[in-house]
Write a protein that binds this ligand. Sequence first.
Ligand code: ZN
Length: 193
Amino acid sequence: MFLENYVKDISKQGSLEIITGSMFSGKTEELIRRLKRAKIAKQNVKIFKPDFDNRYSSNKVISHDSNKIKSISVKNSEEILQHLEKVEVVGIDEAQFFDENLYNICNELANKGLRVIVTGLDMDYEGKPFGVVPMLMASAEYVTKVHAICMECGNLAQYSYRKNQNKDLLLLGEKDSYEPLCRKCFQKNIKNL
Ligand code: ZN
């Protein structure tokens, strides 16, 4: 389990943490867990998500198991900077749907001494690197890859397999559109298309 390196002395050194993996791997639950611990440590926390991800609620990050935390919806990564007065810890959910400038913004904030925790899909439904997330992984101090369980064989899954073949990358993830698969089962299903 991820343990915070430092809690009270955050003003001296910022950092970037990435929580990534396929759909249904528990990324948002892990983000919420870390942010709740930061709040217990009396740190000023804010959470952001792209504003078109309003499948459950427009002002809360809500994970699939209904664990929730209040968040701010923003239209683009630049807008995050308008909400950071006195903030010490920044959480960002669904980073794969943000513009590429999120890379610069997260690094800028970490350089200034903030703790930045980002979740996002590392791969799209074709198994290719997804948006800004792989770039963020490259410059992060800590990368945590969480796994789902393969719906076909029960092994660890890292792919988000799209059952219907809609080519729109922004199609948001509901259980009836996607399922997590391991490498072997993902390859088998991709070949059968
Ligand atoms: Zn499998």
